[in-house]
Design a protein around this ligand. Structure first.
Ligand code: HEM
Length: 534
């Protein structure tokens, strides 16, 4: 029965019958103790009146760490537990694909790593992941500092225009600034293209934002009307979306053809040992094109680049936004961060080696990711029937799920779970230094900083899947170290020069969510030069 149901050519009805039968079989084989999952019954207004992840949190506290959420004909299983997350993301990873997320992203990212089918994913992950090697990351430090300097310079110029007699402050939407900075960095790091968006606007930049906007619209719109045959011609926003996609695709095609014309084919080991400090083009595209034996058509390369452009842009901008939001409410922690910067850097420049000494700044970055994970939900769909562990306080024998079950792993809930964190809603970067044993939670090995295996930043391994800022298992983010170093450098360089305050109260900063958690109307801040304060 299990073999039969996994063939995708069966009629859907037959498949449902077979799924149910195989679930029954799974249940019988396990001794028949599988529990029925708690069901959350929320009003539809819960889903639309505020970001979904807030409602998912309330239901988690009410129904436990594995529950079913049904709205309309659709149902999702919501997971808020490290042991269950570990099962789905690492132990049983190939029994799940990206489900709804792949449906939404496929028109934008094609066969890029996020929506790709498993066969394509295996091939591309094998060549893309080695591209983020140590020398590449070291070379990226220069890109991160150079781009951050442009942002700092822009703020300094704005400050120069202020009234000399008053205490000089400038008001800025820092979320927008971080978005431009992250776009410039991802363009240079991934395909050696300078968007220059910190200082200018261009059709390509507009098209990137248009595409991101559409991806967000699709992820929050209930009926996928864009799939109707004529929608791309008849619906104005869909026409605009197709136009934006074409602008970006043409730009990427040009970059790919340039990279191919100047190709210098080399073995992967030699590529990783190149002298990156002297390379004019250290980008990931260069690496992918030059790698011997990794020939691939232009379409696939374009999908890979588009995926990284989208996956690596808004996410990093959001981390910086929330780090500043949290620091601005905690002036003593901002002072502590600045004292570290003064001690390690003074007025000097950042290098790869110095990042290792910026311990507190690194903890601020990960604490911002704990409180505001990007994305707040990981999305999966089961490819075959499975038995999920019961989770904290759930049914001890677990819950059977049929093939085709849509799952949200709520990283937001995991990161703010009162069962796994002390003071879960407080901003306490220091928490990552303190060991926490499993306190009788069966199957979870606790939080132990010494389990880091030399990593610079806390990760899912030392928390045994209670902290999942970059996911975990085979589908873990390929750009995690890139993003962490980028955020550390950008934050350090901002705090080296400026004191940041919120313009209004924290409550005025409304949250909205699509793929990432962002603000409704920007993160409006007041910046003062530190040298003007002393
Ligand atoms: C996957 C987070 C930056 C490229 C992921 C996943 C998470 C994540 C949680 C796993 C998704 C899942 O399991 O469904 C973040 C955060 C970032 C960031 C928080 C910034 C702070 C980047 C950057 C890049 C990147 C800079 C590229 C340069 C990717 C790709 C995947 C991915 C390609 C798919 C991996 C696969 O399926 O094999 N990211 N990411 N990300 N990320 Fe990131």
């Amino acid at each position: 029965l299990i073999r039969c149901q996994s063939t995708s050519t069966e009629e859907p009805k037959t498949r449902t019958l077979l799924d149910n039968a195989s679930n029954l079989l799974t249940n019988l084989l396990s001794g028949g103790n599988l529990g029925s999952m708690p069901i959350a019954e929320g009003a539809v207004s819960d889903l639309f009146s505020r970001p979904l992840f807030f409602s998912l949190y309330d239901w988690f506290i009410e129904h436990g760490s594995v529950y079913k959420l049904a709205f309309g004909p659709k149902a999702f299983v919501v997971v808020s537990d490290p042991i269950v997350a570990r099962h789905i993301l690492r132990e049983n990873t190939f029994s799940y694909d990206k489900g709804v997320l792949a449906d939404i992203l496929e028109p934008i990212m094609g066969k890029g790593l996020i929506p790709a089918d498993l066969d394509t994913w295996k091939l591309r992950r094998r060549v893309i992941a080695p591209g983020f090697h140590a020398s590449y990351l070291e070379a990226m430090v220069k890109v991160f500092t150079h781009c951050s300097e442009r942002s700092i310079l822009k703020i300094e110029k704005l400050l120069e225009g202020e009234d000399l007699h008053s205490k000089k402050k400038v008001e800025l939407d820092l979320e927008a600034e971080f978005s431009s900075l992250a776009l410039d960095i991802i363009g240079l790091g991934v395909f050696n293209y300078d968007f220059g968006s910190v200082t200018k606007e261009s059709p390509v930049i507009k098209a990137v934002y248009g595409t991101l906007f559409e991806a967000e619209h699709r992820s929050t719109f209930y009926i996928p009307y864009w799939k109707f045959p004529l929608a791309r011609w008849l619906v104005p926003r869909q026409r605009k979306f197709q136009k934006d996609l074409k602008v970006i695709n043409d730009c990427l095609d040009g970059l790919i053809s340039n990279a191919k014309e100047t190709r210098q084919e080399t073995d992967i080991e030699k590529l990783q040992q190149r002298d990156y400090s002297n390379l004019k083009d250290a980008s990931l595209l260069r690496f992918l094109v030059d790698m011997r034996g990794a020939d691939v058509d232009d379409r696939q390369l374009r999908d890979d680049l588009m995926t990284m452009l989208i996956a690596g842009h808004e996410t990093t901008a959001a981390v910086l936004t929330w780090a500043v939001f949290l620091l601005a409410q905690n002036p003593s922690k901002m002072k502590k961060a600045q004292a570290e910067i003064d001690q390690v850097l003074g007025q000097g420049r950042l290098t790869f080696e110095l990042i290792k000494q910026l311990k507190y700044i690194r903890l601020i970055v990960v604490e911002a990711l704990r409180l505001y994970p990007q994305p707040p939900l990981l999305i999966r769909r089961s490819l075959k029937p499975d038995v999920l562990p019961g989770g904290y306080k759930g049914n001890k024998d677990g819950y059977a799920i049929p093939a085709g079950t849509d799952i949200f792993v709520s990283v937001y809930n995991l990161h703010r779970s009162p069962y796994f964190w002390d003071n879960p809603n407080e901003f306490e970067p220091e928490r990552f230094l303190v060991k926490r044993d499993n306190e009788g939670i069966e199957g979870w090995s606790g939080f132990d900083p010494s389990r880091s295996s030399g990593a610079l930043y806390p990760n899912e391994i030392m928390s045994d899947f209670a902290f999942l800022p970059f996911g975990g298992g085979a589908r873990k983010c390929v750009g995690d170290q890139f993003a962490l170093m980028e955020s550390t450098i950008a934050l350090t360089m901002l705090l080296q020069k400026f004191v940041v305050e919120l313009r209004g109260s924290p409550e005025e900063v409304e949250l909205v969510t699509g793929a990432t958690i962002h603000t409704k109307n920007g993160l409006w801040c007041r910046l003062t030069k530190r040298s003007d304060i002393h």
